[in-house]
Design a protein around this ligand. Structure first.
Ligand code: BGC
Length: 423
């Protein structure tokens, strides 16, 4: 615990958004999008590669069985959030949260080009209305990496001419749900999507082409700018932003000129390139924080060896503090932490992580940073993309083998009490 900050009496604003995050493809179940197609084609191969990918991480003995089972890599029934959303919203309430970030699945709404599914449109209308009724602020996320199959087949965001389809989807959201919303996030983590899908070849469409990745990245900038204009034209009061993936990037050896230069370059390329291009088209700065990374002069990541979460990611929750200061210094706009959390099936670290995170937020606020909200990732255990089901990020555990039973984790119970005192 950061002792100096522990006793700070920094009040969170009364209207602070205490939330949890999800995304459609990761929890709904029954999705049919470009990710589903990819999962079905690659589940066997991912299961075979599990040992190579994960045997170095401390949780390997515990996860081995599941990670080597092809079923782990299929989103399938999800956690049936599509059907059970009312039950899940009741959990949001029980945790004393007042906001919820959720995905709306473009592939469900427009399964065929230009054909909208009225039943699905109605489903999400009821979904959002239910949040309103329960006094939970709905924060709609339009694109969280999953896309209709027809859109991906046309080349997705690689082609500039495809941006118009995304804009038509945004227009539909505005028409159908605009009056029910105050917050829209257009895109989730463009940097991760472009890197893992188009440079590292680890996610669909599994390309390794820096030029294509750059086009995707650039087209997402344009897509956001156009979406922003369109939303604001129809709903001037709407708060619009992006959920960027920002890391607290630091030099491995402070004062070493090479490490410092590499750090500056990494910060610019990973953190700032995208938000800078859309700085005039953001009402708030939204970002997801998971990583503090230490870089050497040859761009090698050299993090301390402990503590690690189940995915083997180095954990430094308090790294949020310097990151908040840097974001504020650059943009001077209200900030929303749109995701933050930890893969921790035994619930050993989550409470500590959240505790440190709250202190980091208080410290930043004590220095004038305008923080509007914090959304924990995730409300529920969810489908972790190419890692599948074994990593557990939920405040609420979901037992997919036994009727999708939901159980609030101890850390979440603690968190709920903590929020009550803070709000
Ligand atoms: C993504 C989430 C994901 C989380 C944990 C974020 O980068 O937006 O979809 O589940 O990281 O891996």
């Amino acid at each position: 615990m950061q002792e100096d900050a522990k006793n700070l009496k920094v009040e969170f604003p009364k209207d602070f958004l205490w939330g949890a995050s999800t995304s459609g493809h990761q929890v709904e179940g029954g999705n049919r999008d470009q990710w589903t197609v990819w999962e079905l084609a690659h589940a066997e191969e991912l299961a075979k590669m599990a040992e190579k990918r994960y045997s170095h991480i401390p949780s390997w003995p515990d996860i081995k069985k599941q990670a080597q089972d092809p079923r782990n890599y299929i989103s399938g029934k999800g956690v049936e959030h599509y059907q059970r959303y009312k039950e899940d919203f009741a959990l949001v309430k029980k945790l004393n949260l007042n906001a919820f970030r959720f995905g709306i699945e473009w592939a469900r709404l427009e399964p065929e080009e230009g054909k909208w599914d009225e039943t699905v449109i109605e489903h999400y209308r009821q979904y959002i209305s239910e949040l309103r009724k329960m006094d939970i602020e709905p924060v709609l996320n339009a694109w969280h990496w999953s896309e209709p199959i027809w859109f991906a087949e046309k080349g997705g965001f690689k082609k500039r001419k495809n941006i118009k389809y995304f804009i038509r989807f945004i227009d539909k959201i505005c028409q159908e749900y605009g009056h029910l919303l105050r917050y829209i996030i257009t895109l989730n983590e463009p940097n991760n999507f472009a890197t893992f899908g188009y440079i590292l070849g680890a996610w669909p469409p599994q390309e390794r082409n820096v030029l294509d990745a750059s086009w995707v990245y650039w087209h997402l900038v344009i897509a956001h700018r156009q979406a922003y204009k369109l939303i604001k034209r129809q709903h001037p009061e709407m708060q619009v932003g992006v959920a960027s993936q920002l890391a607290n990037i630091q030099a491995k050896r402070p004062h070493n000129i090479f490490d410092e230069i590499a750090t500056k370059i990494m910060r610019y390329l990973w953190n700032w390139w995208f938000p800078r291009r859309i700085r005039k088209q953001q009402d708030f700065i939204g970002f997801n924080y998971y990583f503090t990374d230490y870089y050497t002069g040859v761009f090698k990541r050299k993090n301390p060896k402990i503590p690690l979460n189940d995915l083997g990611w180095y954990m430094e929750p308090e790294g949020l503090y310097p990151l908040l200061l840097r974001v504020w210094a650059r943009y001077r706009k209200p900030i929303i932490i749109t995701e933050n959390g930890v893969a921790d099936s035994k619930d050993e670290y989550r409470r500590w992580w959240i505790e440190e995170t709250i202190v980091a937020m208080q410290r930043a606020m004590s220095e004038g940073v305008k923080l509007k909200g914090y959304f924990h990732w995730s409300l529920l255990d969810n489908f972790e993309w190419a890692d599948g089901w074994w990593p557990k990020f939920g405040l609420v555990a979901v037992d997919r083998e036994h009727g999708m039973k939901r159980t609030i984790r101890d850390s979440a119970k603690w968190y709920a009490e903590r929020i009550k005192k803070l709000s």
